[in-house]
Design a protein around this ligand. Sequence first.
Ligand SMILES: *Cc1c(COP(=O)(O)O)cnc(C)c1O
Length: 467
Amino acid sequence: MLHERDRIREELFDDVYATPDLSVVLPKYKFPEQEQRARDVYQLVHDELMLDGNSRQNLATFCSTWVDPEIHKLMDECVDKNMIDKDEYPQTAELEGRCVHMLADLWNSPDAANTLGCSTTGSSEAAMLGGMAMKWRWREKMKAMGKSTDKPNMICGPVQICWHKFAKYWDVELREIPMEKDRLIMSPEEVVKRCDENTIGVVPTLGVTYTCDYEPVKEVSEALDKLQADKGWDIPIHVDGASGGFLAPFCDPDLEWDFRLKRVKSINASGHKFGLSPLGVGWVVWRDREDLPDDLIFWVNYLGGNMPTFALNFSRPGGQIVAQYYNFLRLGREGYRKIQLACYDTAAYIADEIEKLGMFDIIYNGRGGIPAVSWSLKEDADPGFSCYDFSDRLRSRGWQVPAYSMPAHREDLVIMRILVRHGVSRDLGQLLITDMKRCIDYFKKNPVTTPLGPEYGGYSHGGGSHK
Ligand SMILES: *Cc1c(COP(=O)(O)O)cnc(C)c1O
């Protein structure tokens, strides 16, 4: 009996926090020498992640922070699928292709069943591909006319950082239209002023990152038609529909921003934003087959079959694409419309409530662009705190609401912004407003002596010294 008890003792595991593994501080920046028990390390990593903000309360992000339980299941089932292995996983490849054609249809491509497009890791990669195709087409056109191809330029409003990357990586001059007073997005006049024969394309954003407004794609397109009639320059449009590409078709179907406009040659959108898929998927679709130069498509034969690839990455997870397909089937136009309209209603509600607080100017009220709200402190308001203080204080209840200054020519304007996404319910919105009131009361009783400024970087530590 006694012998038996000893044997059982030997097989007993320590409580996870009492193990030698977890009762010491583990190395952080040196490659570990020894292996550890999976259970213990799991607990350690899991615990460290507690210090991350709660993603559902992260109102800064445009990206999905809630997905159906079925998506969790599909993601788990696909954890081993590499989407580049199109010959090995032909059905995953098939689902990707179907998504491309469904999107082409959603965006009113004249030949949706036959046009080209692909999935990407997000809108950033999609923007690189769309931008590259514009540069290639422009160069072919210039070469055919015997003209110089040294100085390509691209025109946009206040764009997301990915277009700055595109311009730098691909050596294209970015002619970014600065904000001017209350004009915080591009206007057709400002676009046309900057065009010349070296303009590879114009990129309006459907859902500007800073304010969440839609840029006027149709008006810009018409101005470019007129410019072509005057000067002969045929300048294409690529729409950055990172957010709007999954909003306008459902909630604003009469808005003409897509392939209904002949000049719109390509569109990108983020599947992981209002496409409602988990992180790691974007899309780019061309209006017509001819709009994507053949020269950019690589053919690989070492996966079996002879497969076309057009992407920056090679290996990439397949689950996000499968989840996107699930969403398309699960929701259809009806389901997407319901979810997004609920978000718009909540955004409008939050905007109205913030306005009632009295000290803020609403910059974007959640109507007409992305379901979001942006606001600034009234110029004459003296509430005893800055937007940065307000952001910091909201954090004490877990809410992450960014404060930031605007880009060129309106750096003086500091705004705050929240995104109302799938999973931000009306009730959650109301709780946020209650907490905003609580913060304002707190500042009344405890006025800030040194308001936080732009140097306030929230809680992230980029880099730092790793000892
Ligand atoms: C988010 C965003 C991007 C970048 O997209 P990712 O999917 O994060 O790579 C580009 N443009 C706009 C307008 C965006 O909102």
